[in-house]
Design a protein around this ligand. Structure first.
Ligand code: HEC
Length: 229
């Protein structure tokens, strides 16, 4: 099925399939509410109903999202990772097949400045990703993926977008070291590929990554969360 035919209902189906993996943290809030952070959920519950913020999707909200600590992030990340992998599978992007087995370059999910929790992993050709900051250039076919989840006001964790880059042959896009950028929505829909289908929708990736030209157009995992291997 083409990715363009996949919609939120597919996402619900995916969520239901993997809920079993998250049962330890099951909440009754919604069928997608597989993973919650108990501390945030309890704070939300204690708040008088009239003072509670709307529990809308973090992707459309301008509300500051709850901050969870490292231990909570590890637990939430382990809970929601199967769902993120299922969302990647739903996208039909062949490069992400089996990406659950890829080496993780981050020791755990970490909070981005935009309030998303991120994990970076790569295929075998991207093995030198960590060293490539000031070492070797990654080979053609190297794929690095950044998975994300976000915290609802109620403490429920939901998938965020997934960001994928692939090293392409020389000449593909000289602006950014021949990296191709792909955005996969939180529902598993491929939004666009730079220099490919719906490339205009992901041009913003290039605009920002261009600024990292001193480090081969990559930003890397923050030092505190870099895997040692
Ligand atoms: C405003 C700047 C900005 C934009 C726009 C942006 N990124 Fe990034 N990207 C970053 C930063 C900063 C990091 C480092 C991790 C973090 O904090 O998010 C990063 C990391 C990554 C990584 C991990 C590899 C690495 O070390 O660079 C991937 C993959 C990635 N981005 C893909 C994308 C894709 C795909 C898009 C467009 C859909 C995109 N990025 C748009 C700033 C940006």
């Amino acid at each position: 099925m083409p990715a363009s035919m996949l919609g939120p209902h597919n996402y619900v189906a995916v969520a239901v399939l993997v809920l079993a993996a998250c049962q330890a943290h099951t909440s009754a809030v919604s069928p997608l509410a597989g993973c919650t952070v108990p501390r945030i959920a309890a704070e939300f519950e204690r708040m008088p109903a009239t003072q509670r913020p709307a529990d809308v999707s973090p992707s459309v909200s301008v509300l500051p999202t709850p901050v969870i600590d490292d231990a909570e992030t590890i637990a939430a990340g382990d809970c929601i990772r199967p769902l993120l992998l299922a969302v990647a599978e739903t996208s039909g992007d062949p490069r992400l097949k089996g990406s659950g087995d890829w080496r993780r370059f981050s020791t755990q999910f970490f909070r981005s400045e935009h309030g998303r929790y991120l994990e970076v992993a790569g295929n075998p050709l991207a093995a030198e990703y960590m060293q490539s900051e000031d070492g070797p250039t990654l080979p053609v076919g190297a794929v690095v993926t950044k998975r994300s989840f976000q915290a609802m006001q109620s403490g429920v964790m939901v998938p965020g977008p997934q960001f994928v880059i692939e090293k392409m042959p020389s000449g593909y896009d000289e602006r950014v070291g021949d990296w191709k950028f792909t955005l996969i929505s939180d529902a598993g829909v491929i939004v666009g590929d730079t220099r490919g289908r719906d490339g205009d929708k992901v041009e913003f990736c290039v605009e920002c990554h261009k600024s990292a030209w001193r480090q081969r157009f990559l930003f890397f995992v923050p030092p505190d969360y870099r895997a040692k291997n």
